[in-house]
Design a protein. Structure first.
Lengths: 252, 250
């Protein structure tokens, strides 16, 4: 265990040390590759002055809003389409056209429709991150045990209570997996919207840092976004483990 | 029943056209479908659309090839040697959650505007599925192959080339297929955000110069390219899967 931790630290330590030495020795241009210590100083400065929390909060709020909107719409549409036998036949070409469409490509259209507003940002983020939830829900609902369907038919459940009591609970593993992928996409699109459409947040900050050649701040921003991405994924994975504990129990 | 799928788009477009002709929809934000088709034809016949498409596909392919080379080499290395896995994997895991778009400003700083900064971001975005698929496929290769190679006194290079790679090729192909889909999305995104070339940029320009009809035409065009690529990639998937199924049956 200790050996593996030590080994895993060798490469990054060597790289960072070489970078630090090369930068302070003047072999690397500080405008492009500032020494890691300066990036660390910039990061610490952002934390100490509190300048980090505003943009970080704006980015996480926007990401969460878009993700929650996408999840609600995705589960809703997915269960509607999934519970109707023929809906998919009518919708398939539209889905096959829209799903591979780069979500960032709808930014210009979203700006036309909503201006440079938060609604525009939410439209783009939720459009891009709806697909994993929607397709996960569809898949989960189509994979329901046929016997469950028969039981609910025998009990004369209404379609709504069938959906609420049988379909969505038994599809929840697929839905949750979709939601986890959606969150990563939502973060990417949040950063894109902030960079392209002048919405305040971490994305805008790193683009501004580049425009002003403040490279330590740029690197610090990338580090923050990386940590943020990793943390949000970890939190969801932990939630998934907790909520889906029954699944692992049943397998045993 | 393919015709069923065409009903809804047709009805929607017809309603849109009629509502627009009845002045129910403002033309500045939602162009008329007939105008969009006309703008698409103009952009196509003047060559604007094709030039932009070629630029986007060029960066997509360029970034994808870099990612393929890096992904397969690193994947082989990490999959074959457990020491390499211990040393490199944690660093890779630390890099993976970085949103690829966060590297756009850095790539711009280091490489300036143009195809290389775009390809660099594309490569970072699409290297992960290739790398993960290669590592998994290499790790899953039959231990008996390794024993055979040891008996034949192969060095690790020819072991990797003659035994591991051919056995892992199918799964690497599936990883590459995922990567190529991501590559196109990443290329368009970089163009939308900063890079003044390709389809993404001409979309932004059409919007900013108040040509909504041309903007919608290009948006649809991006959609057509995306779904065409996706269709081919799906076909590729089926072919690989059939190959595997066939092999299992033999």
């Amino acid at each position: 265990m200790i050996k593996s931790v030590a080994l895993s630290l060798v490469v990054p330590t060597l790289l960072l040390a070489a970078w630090q030495l090369a930068a302070s020795g003047g072999f690397l241009s500080v405008a492009y590759f500032p020494a890691p210590s300066r990036t660390f100083d910039a990061l610490w400065g952002l934390i100490a002055t509190g300048a980090l929390w505003g943009p970080l909060g704006a980015t996480s709020l926007r990401m969460l809003e878009g993700w929650i909107l996408a999840s609600i719409l995705g589960i809703g549409l997915g269960s509607l389409i999934g519970s109707s036998g023929s809906a998919m036949e009518y919708l398939q070409p539209i889905v096959e056209f829209l799903r591979p469409l780069p979500a960032s490509a709808i930014i210009p259209a979203a700006i036309l429709l909503f201006g440079l507003s938060n609604e525009m940002a939410l439209l783009v983020i939720s459009f891009g991150s709806i697909w994993p939830v929607l397709l996960g829900t569809l898949h989960g609902i189509s994979a329901i045990e046929p016997r469950l369907k028969e039981v609910s038919a025998t009990l004369e459940m209404s379609p709504a209570s069938y959906l609420y009591r049988v379909a969505i609970p038994s599809a929840q593993v697929d839905i949750f997996t979709g939601m986890r992928i959606s969150l990563a996409i939502a973060l990417i699109l949040t950063v894109v919207v902030e960079m392209q459409a002048a919405q305040p947040g971490l994305g805008q900050n790193i683009l501004l840092a580049q425009r002003m050649y403040r490279s330590p701040e740029l690197y610090a921003g990338i580090v923050v976004l990386g940590i943020f991405g990793a943390c949000s994924d970890r939190i969801l994975t932990a939630m998934e483990m907790r909520l889906m504990r029954w699944k692992h129990v049943r397998k045993r | 029943m393919r015709w069923k799928g065409l009903v809804l788009p047709f009805v929607l477009v017809a309603c849109w056209e009629l509502a627009s002709r009845a002045d129910l929809i403002p033309l500045q934000t939602m162009s008329r479908p007939s105008d969009i088709i006309a703008a698409w034809w103009t952009d196509l016949s003047t060559g604007v659309l094709l030039t932009a498409t070629v630029q986007t596909l060029q960066a997509t392919l360029f970034g994808f090839l870099i990612a393929t080379a890096i992904g397969i080499l690193t994947g082989l290395f990490v999959g074959l040697s457990s020491t390499a896995r211990l040393m490199i994997s944690p660093s890779l895991e630390a890099l993976r959650p970085v949103p690829p778009v966060a590297l756009i400003p850095l790539s711009l700083l280091l490489l300036g505007f143009g195809v290389s900064m775009e390809a660099a971001v594309v490569a970072f975005a699409c290297v992960w599925p290739i790398l993960i698929a290669t590592t998994a496929a290499v790790k899953a290769s039959d231990p008996r192959l390794h024993e055979v190679a040891q008996i034949l006194e192969f060095n690790s290079f020819s072991y990797a080339r003659k035994f591991v790679l051919p056995a892992a090729l199918g799964r690497i192909g599936v990883g590459m297929r995922t990567g190529l889909g991501i590559a196109l999305v990443a290329a368009v995104t970089v163009e939308i955000v900063v890079n003044p070339r390709g389809l993404g940029y001409s979309l932004i320009i059409a919007q900013q110069s108040l040509h909504p009809d041309s903007m919608y035409a290009q948006l649809l065009w991006v959609g057509v390219i995306g779904s065409t690529l996706n269709y081919w990639l799906m076909k590729f998937d089926h072919r690989v899967l059939r190959l595997y199924a066939g092999r299992a049956l033999r």
